[in-house]
Design a protein around this ligand. Structure first.
Ligand code: MLT
Length: 393
């Protein structure tokens, strides 16, 4: 038996696990202190009634002999995939064949599982730095090599492709944690680079609905050539409040081929073998979330989170601290004051004002000295956190 020693290359705990453990430890030793969490990007606004009713009705169906169901199709119900296709057509003018869409349990899961299509070892993977830490961890687990492309103040947190060859490219736009979103020509440069290198872009579109900037594509398939080099991942966690329900979708164009293999066919084989399909109740929820009423309710929640982000950025402006984000994303990315390191600032905020954020270095080496505040908490909690921060910044 050969164990996967690559796990030794990972940080001791995954970023959000480490934060949760440190928070838990603090609460245990300071039981009277009230901790406010602006750390992990977790939603707080309740489900839209249209989604809740669709899910309740789905449960009702399962209680009756006539409408009871067993296993569903592993790749997702046709009506659920059609609702994703309609969303892309109506919102982004992107035409998808429903066979290109699969319904899954969330973006993190599919972003990790897609790596089954690529050789473990021997691939060079481009990762924005900083970015959602899952890409780095899965690449290390798979024994592939990483090229970090720094996202910093000098390039407006929007890097250009590297000069050297790569095989797999993770892009997240609008970016988690910086909130920077590629415009059409910047994303086209990445598509051109991928095509030249015969590489595949794994495009994380979790925050596409948070941008209202028409200069920024919400889907990579709005870029010419992307169907020949990209796979896109979408999520209902942050828009429809599905972070505990779990639902997302993956789009693999049917003409995406490499080394004589068709990637859609491979993904379908992977999913029908290793996955029994998203649950029926959740898929009814997804279908409802993508109706006009579901989307209207999502936009109301997004406006609420944007309002919180505005409160955070106003305070940072007043304090004269560098920040970015908060406009095309629910996160504000700030520079730690007085040259503090990310984890030191985390501990300082926890010890002095009991506010939790996310240390920037957890998103990649270029995140050192930065810090992320999430706008997903309630407005009341956000205001209370800001009042506390005001006393020490
Ligand atoms: C985060 O960056 O806070 C993530 O969105 C959490 C997650 O979805 O895993």
């Amino acid at each position: 038996m050969k164990i996967n020693q690559n796990y030794n290359k990972l940080p001791h705990n995954y970023l959000f696990t480490e934060i949760a453990l440190r928070t838990e430890k603090y609460i245990k030793t300071h039981p009277t202190q009230k901790v406010i969490k602006l750390g992990i990007g977790d939603v707080t606004q309740p489900l839209s009634p249209v989604i809740a009713n669709a899910m309740k009705q789905a449960v009702e169906e399962l209680t009756k002999k006539e409408t009871f169901r067993g296993y569903g199709p592993e790749l997702g119900h046709v009506w659920a995939r059609q609702s994703v296709a309609d969303y892309y057509k109506n919102e982004m003018n992107v035409v998808l064949d429903i066979d290109e869409i699969t319904i899954g349990d969330g973006i993190g899961e599919d972003l990790a599982n897609i790596t089954d299509l690529f050789n473990h070892g021997g691939n060079t993977v481009v990762i924005q730095d900083p970015v959602y830490p899952l890409y780095q961890s899965t690449t290390l687990m798979d024994s592939n090599d990483i090229i970090y492309v720094p996202c910093n103040e000098a390039n407006g947190f929007l890097p250009t492709p590297p000069d050297s060859h790569s095989d797999i490219i993770y892009l997240c736009s609008p970016n988690n944690p910086t909130g920077a979103a590629f415009n059409f020509s910047q994303l086209k440069a990445w598509v051109d680079y991928a095509l030249e290198n015969n590489a595949i872009i794994l495009f994380d579109a979790a925050y596409e609905r948070f941008t209202s900037n028409n200069d920024c594509p919400r889907s990579i398939f709005q870029i010419e050539g992307a169907r020949n080099c990209a796979i896109e991942f979408g999520s209902l966690s942050k828009t429809a409040g599905f972070s505990c329900i779990r639902s997302g979708y993956t789009i693999v164009p049917n003409d995406l081929n490499r080394d004589g293999m068709n990637l859609l066919r491979m993904w379908q084989q992977r999913q029908t073998t290793k996955y029994n399909g998203a649950n029926y109740i959740t898929q009814r929820g997804l279908e409802a979330a993508l109706t006009p009423q579901g989307l209207k309710d999502a936009d109301r929640n997004i406006a609420y989170y944007h309002h919180n982000a505005g409160l955070i950025t106003s305070m940072l402006k007043e304090k004269g601290l560098f920040f970015t984000g908060g406009e095309s994303s629910p996160y504000v990315w700030l520079k730690c004051p007085n040259g503090m390191k990310s984890w030191d600032f985390f501990q300082y905020l926890l010890d002095t004002v009991q506010v939790i954020g996310t240390p920037g270095v957890g998103f990649g080496p270029s995140g050192e000295g930065y810090f992320r505040l999430s706008a997903f908490n309630s407005t009341e909690q956000t205001i209370e956190a800001l009042e506390r921060l005001d006393t020490i910044l």
